[in-house]
Design a protein around this ligand. Sequence first.
Ligand SMILES: N[C@@H](CCC(=O)N[C@@H](CS)C(=O)NCC(=O)O)C(=O)O
Length: 262
Amino acid sequence: MSTASALSSSLKHHLAFGLRFPQNHALCRCNAARLTTSRSFTVAMAATPTSPLEVCVKASVTTPNKLGDCPFCQRVLLTLEEKHLPYDMKLVDLGNKPEWFLQISPEGKVPVAKLDEKWVPDSDVITQSLEEKYPDPPLVTPPEKASAGSKIFSTFIGFLKSKDPSDGTEQALLNELSLFNDHIKENGPFINGEKVSAADLSLGPKLFHLEIALGHYKNWSIPDTLPYVKSYMKTLFSLESFIKTRASTDDVIAGWRPKVMG
Ligand SMILES: N[C@@H](CCC(=O)N[C@@H](CS)C(=O)NCC(=O)O)C(=O)O
């Protein structure tokens, strides 16, 4: 098992058992605020970090010194924004990866975040770690709802890359969107109801890419028969945190070009 997946499964285990406070305070680089409960137990709560969290993200390919079009990076940034954590973005040119970046991310992938003095790759691991270290406000999506919309991204890519209009890839995407439409109709406005949660922060950037890339390369848009998907996207895309962390349309279009051209 890789270090990342071992960490991921350990965190999943902790989250599954409802661990909300850091167990090993020595590992925590944060100010520990003291909270006295009504039964006079004193517990340590993770507060804000003393210095901004460092996170490596994709740089724009169209505009110097701007955030680029990686949906996994936006997911991490959205989590930091929604948890009101200060952060310091390090923009990485993925077309010409600097040596310092390859030292901390041997796979050459973003996002990578510095947690407890260690550079941690993978948005799944980073966001779960952030939930554990900074549980307030909680962003956990209940397990029974966490997979809503989780097949939309892969079916979107299948349709985007497809050169044969009758190969079923459009229908596969429509099927997933339709299931998601039903979920939001029953549970909305967000995946877990009234409040945004981790599953929205993962899916939102992917739907943003879907809208721009399919609009540009296939002149395709979400049909009016799926109004709950449309209203979900509108709600999510207008969150302050989303507007602050989204990629530019030009970057999203440029980012998908190699996949479309095959
Ligand atoms: N499973 C990873 C995926 C990260 C990923 O694929 N990042 C892309 C950018 S969107 C990357 O860094 N690609 C390396 C490259 O383009 O050279 C995560 O969730 O963080």
